[in-house]
Design a protein around this ligand. Structure first.
Ligand code: ZN
Length: 181
């Protein structure tokens, strides 16, 4: 849950990060940046700002901004009907992204959000710099985290059904509740 003021402040902050990263967005786009707290009400620790540039029945292009130290929780993209699940490429525009998939635990730079050791189980760390990108097959468990300067990235994917994404943490709800004061 976020208050309306917190939501708008996070939108403004994310919009500034995106522009500073050199991506021109319109005012209309800046105003529809989606702030996601995953229902956990601790946006600075676990959350994301997401701007959808394109979404059709076949593809999606998004800009994702993570504030300093912010983590996008562990999840995977399941099959939906005839679709085998979202295939996704993440490409870093600015900042250093700590990206985690299953594999040998070589985690050095990142940190598991406090109290969540049991849900962040993918511990194979990849450090992505601007211009680096990674493509994930459907069903790949992943999560990612910004370093202490924040990160802006593109997400290019096949059709996105974000509401159906599967999160390891059972406390997560995909939609952010906004409270009007
Ligand atoms: Zn994903």
């Amino acid at each position: 849950m976020l208050t309306r003021a917190e939501y708008v402040a996070a939108q403004t902050r994310a919009g500034a990060m995106i522009k500073t990263a050199g991506i021109h967005i319109t005012r209309e786009e800046a105003e529809r940046i989606e702030i996601v707290d995953f229902g956990l009400s601790r946006l600075e620790t676990e959350g994301a700002a997401i701007l959808t540039l394109v979404t059709t029945d076949r593809i999606a292009v998004k800009i994702i901004a993570l504030f300093a130290g912010q983590t996008l929780p562990q999840h995977w993209h399941p099959p939906v009907g005839d679709d085998p699940g979202k295939e996704e490429t993440v490409r870093v525009i600015s900042g250093i992204l700590r990206f985690y998939i299953r594999g040998d635990d070589n985690m050095r730079e990142g940190s598991i959000p406090a109290g969540k050791e049991n849900v962040y189980t993918a511990r194979h760390e990849l450090i992505l710099k601007p211009g680096d990108q990674i493509t994930m097959e459907p069903g790949t468990v992943h999560w990612f985290q910004a370093d202490d300067r924040g990160v802006v990235m593109y997400s290019f994917s096949s059709v996105a059904h974000d509401v159906l994404d599967c999160f390891t943490d059972p406390a997560i709800k995909r939609f952010t509740e906004i409270r009007d004061e």
